[in-house]
Design a protein around this ligand. Structure first.
Ligand SMILES: [Zn+2]
Length: 52
């Protein structure tokens, strides 16, 4: 797996990644996906991008 932020695509420093579980809605189904981000900000921005 590539060491890149799932949101901004920047490569992160070793040990700097933030693990977050993203909730995705696929049709009527709720899915969870583990992703890695460079910061808490990217984690919340990505989550917001999938909520609507
Ligand atoms: Zn990022």
């Amino acid at each position: 797996m590539e060491k890149k932020c799932a949101y901004c695509r920047k490569p992160f420093e070793p040990g700097q990644e933030i693990n977050s579980t993203l909730l995705l809605i696929r049709g009527a189904q709720l899915a969870r996906e583990d992703r890695k981000y460079c910061s808490e900000r990217c984690a919340s921005e990505d989550q917001m991008a999938h909520e609507s």
